[in-house]
Design a protein around this ligand. Structure first.
Ligand SMILES: C[S@@+](CC[C@H](N)C(=O)[O-])C[C@H]1O[C@@H](n2cnc3c(N)ncnc32)[C@H](O)[C@@H]1O
Length: 207
């Protein structure tokens, strides 16, 4: 059995709503200010360990709602599990998986199909699903926001430090990192700054 099959791919739409509140009310306004000054109106996001896609689709729906023109966003979503990635790419979610999505979002961003809902093509087009083994680093560059939530749990101490090094290298000079609610970088030798917001704590790279 492949390594990936032992791993939990547990996820859900808008998992840990406080992260999405901080994204909307803190991270995006900060990034708009920083990037506008540099004349760059595209926000690049990486969902690392994206599982079956609920995380990147939640981000895509929220950003579609809140980003005014000419702002654009693109999301790279990676996972080690081919089966999870295939589910994410298909964008079909059974009725039982449709939890935590407002009626407004459901109407706007999904089509009702037999047995569940399918993500609409315009939201799908914002996300590039790709196979990634986070132990080997990533070719992604200049990410403004990284969601690497509930993935560190799979790594031992040494591999966690290496992973955070890879994540750091993939991020833009001024950028933001979300890790899982029960995860911490405390005690790790990283250059990430801890940021406490009204909604949740997160990390930033500011060089
Ligand atoms: C618990 S899920 C988290 C999903 C999502 N980030 C969330 O918080 O809802 C963890 C995911 O990490 C993936 N994963 C574990 N080890 C990985 C590795 N070395 N490289 C890439 N993905 C990995 C698993 O396949 C699984 O889909």
């Amino acid at each position: 059995m492949a390594e990936a099959e032992f791993l939990s791919n547990l996820t859900r739409f808008f998992r840990n709503q406080a992260h999405f509140d901080a994204l909307e009310h803190f991270v995006i306004p900060e990034l708009m200010r920083i990037k506008q000054a540099a004349g760059n109106t595209t926000i690049k996001i990486w969902s690392a360990g994206c599982s079956t896609g609920e995380e990147p689709y939640s981000i895509a729906m929220l950003l579609s709602e809140i980003l005014p023109p000419p702002w654009k966003f693109e999301i790279a979503a990676g996972d080690i599990s081919p089966r999870s990635l295939a589910a994410g790419k298909e964008g079909f979610y059974a009725d039982s998986q449709i939890v935590g999505i407002s009626d407004n979002y459901l109407k706007k961003y999904f089509d009702k199909v037999d047995g569940g809902y399918k993500v609409r093509a315009d939201i799908m087009s914002k996300i590039r699903f790709e196979h990634q083994d986070l132990k080997n680093g990533s070719a992604l560059q200049d990410m403004d926001i990284v969601f690497c939530r509930n993935v560190l749990i799979y790594f031992d101490e040494e591999a966690r430090a290496a992973l955070m090094g890879h994540v750091w290298n993939s991020m833009a000079a001024k950028s933001f990192l979300f890790i899982g609610n029960s995860e911490t970088l405390f005690g790790m030798d990283t250059r990430f700054e801890f940021v406490k917001t009204e909604w949740t704590a997160l990390y930033r790279k500011f060089i």
